[in-house]
Write a protein that binds this ligand. Structure first.
Ligand code: NCD
Length: 327
């Protein structure tokens, strides 16, 4: 399926926000705009010549206070493929290590006139706070357990390309929901687009107020996976856990790890997804993760670059064309 917007059509459509901080509050039209635009980049990224000059003259700074493989590299590739200058700020070698605060770091970078700051931070809300202090566009690349909007967009693009639509689909998000910004961003986006979301996890890994988000909650994989179209697995985020959330990894896999036996409850053509990094044998069996007929995990990574190109393009289209970001 390839229905996307031409460059010309884009001239008349604007992304109605200065920043991309979350999927909460994005309308179906805005989500569709981002996904349609991403489609054109999927095609472009498969060509030998992947370069465009949409971001010519623009500066994008990747500011990651937490580890990342996929998100940081795909933002870097996205910026470069659109002809922008991309700088990766490594927190390990920056003045953050000398005690500089988040806001001081942001203000220092802001003084160098970047057009986009892509920020990942371990505190929920930190990226929004930063966006209120700088003059450029800010993209949330994951803040604590709050939101990770580009992950939800790339997941949606993957699903839409495989299933043709998002509305009416039954999506199971399984595992460590409590610590997952991926789960939150997906819940908002999928609900907005008319999909039905089920969460499957042990009681200790479901946040208390989650039912307010319009989801069904299950604590049994076999029950929760029944008739699902999409099975999205999440990593146990032990780095965010203080105390015992589950008895042992072995027991966790037994009850909540995705293997073929549990998967048999979902629809026969159910798609398997995982945002990565995967812990094989913990939340997912290796043979299921590598099942080329059913797993879309590699495709999710491919879609990540296209989605980030669309986000960078649409956000910078809102910036002034002379003088860079607002003074
Ligand atoms: C996720 C994240 O960082 O929130 N990974 C990612 O961006 N691909 C999920 C995770 O770390 O488990």
């Amino acid at each position: 399926m390839c229905r996307f917007m031409s460059d010309k059509a884009l001239d008349n459509i604007r992304f109605p926000h200065s920043h991309l901080l979350g999927t909460e509050g994005l309308t179906p039209d805005v989500i569709s705009l981002l996904l349609d635009r991403s489609e054109s980049y999927v095609e472009q990224n498969r060509q030998a010549d992947k370069k465009k000059s949409v971001l010519h003259g623009r500066t994008i700074i990747n500011l990651f206070f937490e580890d990342s493989t996929r998100t940081r590299t795909s933002f870097e590739l996205a910026g470069k493929r659109l002809g922008g200058d991309v700088l990766n700020m490594s927190v390990a070698t920056s003045s953050v290590k000398k005690g500089e605060t988040l806001i001081d770091t942001a203000m220092t970078l802001n003084a160098m006139h970047p057009d986009v700051l892509v920020v990942r931070h371990n505190d929920s809300g930190a990226v929004k706070l930063l966006s209120e202090k700088v003059n450029c566009a800010v993209i949330n690349a994951g803040d604590g357990r709050h939101e990770h909007p580009t992950q939800a967009l790339l997941d949606a693009l993957t699903i839409r390309r495989r299933k043709g639509h998002l509305d009416g689909l039954l999506v199971a998000i399984c595992g460590d929901i409590a610590h997952s910004r991926v789960a939150r961003s997906n819940i908002h986006l999928l609900n907005t687009m008319g999909a039905r979301v089920r969460l499957i996890a042990p009681k200790t890994l479901i946040p208390s107020a989650i039912d307010r988000l319009g989801v069904e909650v299950f604590h049994d994989m076999n029950e929760g996976l029944k008739d699902c179209d999409i099975v999205m697995m999440l990593r146990l985020q032990t780095e965010r856990m203080h105390g015992g959330f589950f008895p042992s990894v072995r027991e966790y896999f037994h009850f909540f790890g995705l293997d073929y036996e549990k998967l048999a409850n979902a629809k026969p053509d159910a798609l398997i997804m995982h945002p990565g990094p995967m812990n094989r044998g913990v939340e997912i069996a290796s043979e299921v993760a590598d099942d080329i007929g059913r797993s879309a995990i590699r495709e999710q990574v491919e879609m990540g670059v296209a989605v980030r190109m669309a986000c960078l393009e649409l956000l910078t289209a809102n910036l002034p064309t002379s003088g860079g970001a607002k003074p």
